[in-house]
Design a protein. Structure first.
Length: 149
């Protein structure tokens, strides 16, 4: 069973949800008036249709909302209390970001890091460096804590 997004007030004969009088405008009307429904169309297909009806300002507003929603998400980096005491690690591994940052701080090249950790990819290092740039204090604290042990 596939799901799709159906728009109230968009030709299906239903009023905009919670709306009396003038319809809402912009991204709020575009997003908030959609609800998950069963049907043959896929979500990406209907989202493409929705995007085609939006102007540049509405698309910019949507993008800002998505970025705000994603917040502190970093692809390829995960933190779980059950893995490495919750320290941020490279996905698919138990390699903490601080270990890779410390290796780089000690002058170890990316090529040597990749040879030392065969499960890592160059993309993983790029994700680790990006994470470090925005979480420098957290990672530096983890390096200090682990050096003290």
């Amino acid at each position: 069973m596939k799901t799709r997004w159906g728009r109230h007030g968009g030709g299906d004969g239903l009023p905009l949800r919670g709306q009396r009088g003038a319809p809402r405008q912009g991204v709020e009307a575009s997003l908030n008036d959609y609800e998950l429904r069963e049907g043959p169309m896929t979500i990406p297909h209907e989202l493409e249709q929705l995007l085609a009806t939006m102007n540049r300002a509405e698309k910019a507003q949507l993008l800002q909302r998505i970025v705000r929603d994603l917040g502190d998400a970093f692809p390829g980096i995960e933190s779980s209390p059950l893995v490495c005491s919750g320290e941020p690690c490279i996905v698919r591994t138990r390699i903490p970001v601080w270990v890779l940052v410390q290796a780089r701080n000690l002058g170890i090249s990316e090529a040597d890091i990749l040879r030392s950790y065969p499960t890592l990819r160059a993309e993983d290092l790029a994700n680790a460096w990006a994470y470090y740039r925005t979480h420098r204090e957290e990672i530096d604290n983890q390096i200090r804590e682990n050096e003290a042990e």
